[in-house]
Design a protein around this ligand. Structure first.
Ligand SMILES: Nc1ncnc2c1ncn2[C@@H]1O[C@H](COP(=O)(O)OP(=O)(O)OP(=O)(O)O)[C@@H](O)[C@H]1O
Ligand SMILES: [Mg+2]
Length: 240
């Protein structure tokens, strides 16, 4: 028996005001897989995630969650169908404590305790307001809160924004554990190429809204020069 892909983007074109920011994107994340989406600023990474979660409507193509087409513009429906999303700005309620933020995700103390085991630094912070936590602590809380809902697919935008590499490494290790232990599918946007390829199973590189490179993280580690060229905007010259 073959299991359906957890998340499938098929020939997806989407953008703003009728202008495409991503074009013909084909991307798959399987259950139990951590996939990273790399690419320079403005490449279309966030747009890809926003299209999956229904904030941006596709102009063409489709998004399948667990093999089923998802309705556009209904983020709460997607959450019920197992899609978790940690947006670029983390989406925390700053005036509420970390514990209250967690409780908004789940009423179950068992679930909260289960997730807190993935983030050893978090239990001591539960009484503090989310707004006074450090950047890394906020990111931990945001990911923990998303995991507490037991998503089948979790998308994380800019995991490392403003964080020290050691913090990023520890967050990636926690995500990796969630993928390996619970078989969830993770799609991770990450600016730090090396750390991302170190944690991921596979990677896609977006450039000017199109998938420019894809492959196993292992194989892409050897394509470092090619990836960097794409970030500098001269991939076309390198490839041709
Ligand atoms: N709300 C918007 N309205 C119009 N254009 C937008 C909007 N959001 C993004 N864009 C444009 O769409 C393109 C892709 O942007 P996107 O935010 O997806 O890139 P990104 O890969 O996430 O970049 P970064 O690494 O800087 O976060 C860019 O050219 C950007 O200017
Ligand atoms: Mg972005």
């Amino acid at each position: 028996m073959t299991t359906a892909d957890a998340l499938t983007l098929r020939n997806l074109t989407a953008g703003y005001n009728g202008i495409a920011a991503i074009r013909d994107v084909d991307l798959v994340v399987h259950a139990g897989e951590l996939v990273t989406l790399l690419g320079p600023n403005g490449a279309g990474k966030t747009t890809t995630l926003l299209t999956v979660c229904g904030v941006v409507s596709p102009m063409h193509g489709e998004v399948l969650l667990g093999g089923q087409r998802v309705p556009a513009g209904r983020p709460h429906v997607l959450a019920r169908r197992g899609l978790g999303h940690v947006p670029e700005n983390r989406g925390l309620f700053f005036e509420l404590t970390a514990a209250q933020n967690m409780r908004l995700a789940t009423k179950s103390k068992v679930e909260v305790d289960r997730v807190l085991e993935l983030f050893p630094a978090l239990p001591a912070l539960m009484g503090r307001r989310a707004g006074v936590l450090s950047g890394g602590e906020q990111q931990m809380l945001a990911i923990a809160r998303a995991l507490a809902r037991r998503p089948r697919v979790l998308m994380v935008d800019e995991l490392s924004l403003g964080l020290a590499p050691l913090v990023v490494q520890s967050l990636l290790a926690s995500l990796r554990n969630a993928v390996d232990d619970d078989g969830i599918a993770v799609l991770l946007i990450e600016q730090h190429i090396e750390l991302a390829l170190g944690a991921a199973d596979r990677a896609y590189v977006l450039n000017h809204g199109r998938i420019a490179l894809e492959g196993s993280a292992e194989s892409l580690k050897n394509e470092r020069a090619l990836i960097e060229s794409s970030y500098l905007g001269d991939l076309d010259e390198v490839v041709s």
